[in-house]
Design a binder for this molecule. Structure first.
Ligand code: G3H
Ligand code: 13P
Ligand code: ZN
Length: 309
């Protein structure tokens, strides 16, 4: 089974009211843990690569590791560029065989975002590759002081319609209150579901994307902290909010921080309990297994995509 685009996956997810997980990959163990979970759960899967991941691993290593995972598992997998910041990186990934790219023009004014995104769409579509755009800015916790200021950066529903029409994108990342990393909310987690409902209503059957969607599972934060870590006050998106989003047109849910925490917790635990171990396989093996368990839990209990192949 070769790499696939997300077009059919999203159509099925939209109709079935569930979301497909898009997991960030940086090395072999992370890829194996995620793909093993998808195989066990018979779930659709998006593996995504950031510019930072390409720099860390070198593009060719991640590309070949993903090829190996696809061949080994026989699963239909989407290979996606996460947060492409310019036309050049999108083109490089398209030329390298990615089946999906994100052009993140969200930091630019509306018209500039449109023209950059459209340029990527024109090239990508000519090669059979799908494109995710972004409109609105994800809040950082430091921006979380004034609710009014935070909401000003959320995706405007009418602009979303215009953006989709004028760019020709295949999916749209929206800002409704999530943010990247382990510290997403200072107080109670809050997502703007009213806004999501409006956007979904104005763009029927169009796949929406939620970034910054890690739940920051307390079990992993606690494990990290128990074994010498210091991640106080971490707070993610509650699972029931993600389940709700999946029923409201959100077809792709991005997860990176949870992978990092699961891996780090397992490594910390193993090395603390086995201080004389220095064989990487001894601590990366349990880390891979922890990732597999965590991803399987998400697919089954949060995203609702288990058994949807
Ligand atoms: O949204 C960003 C992803 O978590 C990737 O992070 O740029 O550190 O690889 P990164
Ligand atoms: P988290 O770090 O919250 O998992 O977000 C990941 C993401 O949005 C990748 O694009
Ligand atoms: Zn993101």
């Amino acid at each position: 089974m070769p790499l696939v685009t997300s077009a059919d996956m999203f159509q099925k997810a939209y109709k079935g009211k569930y979301a497909v997980g898009a997991f960030n990959v940086n090395n072999m163990e992370i890829i194996q843990g995620i793909v093993d979970a998808a195989k066990e759960e018979q779930a659709p899967l998006i593996l995504q690569v950031s510019a930072g991941a390409r720099k860390y691993a070198k593009p060719i290593y991640l590309r070949k590791l993903v090829d190996a995972a696809v061949e080994d598992s026989g699963l239909p997998v989407v290979l996606h560029l996460d947060h492409g910041e310019d036309f050049e990186i999108c083109k490089a990934c398209i030329d390298d065989g990615f089946t999906s790219v994100m052009i993140d023009g969200s930091k630019y004014p509306f018209e500039e975002n449109i023209s950059l995104t459209k340029k990527v769409v024109d090239y990508a579509h000519s090669k059979g590759v799908v494109v995710e755009g972004e409109l609105g800015k994800l809040a950082g916790i430091e921006d979380n002081i004034k609710v009014s200021g935070r909401e000003a950066a959320f995706t405007d529903p009418d602009e979303a319609v215009e953006f989709v029409e004028r760019t020709g994108i295949d999916s749209l990342a929206i800002a409704i209150g999530t943010s990247h990393g382990a510290y997403k909310f200072k107080g109670e987690p809050m997502l703007d579901f009213e806004r999501l409902q409006k956007i979904n209503g104005l763009l029927p059957e169009f796949p929406l994307v939620l970034h910054g969607a890690s739940t920051v599972l307390p079990e992993f934060v606690d494990l990290c902290n128990k074994y010498g870590g210091n991640i106080p006050g971490a707070r993610g998106v509650p699972e029931d909010m993600l389940q709700k989003a999946g029923k409201m047109g959100v077809c792709k849910i991005n997860i990176d921080t949870d992978l990092r925490l699961a891996l780090t917790a397992a490594v910390r635990k193993h090395l603390t309990e086995n201080p004389s171990d220095f064989d990487p396989r001894k601590y990366l093996g349990p880390a891979r297994e922890a990732i597999k368990q965590m991803v399987a839990h998400k697919m089954k209990n949060v995203l609702g995509c288990s058994g949807k192949l």
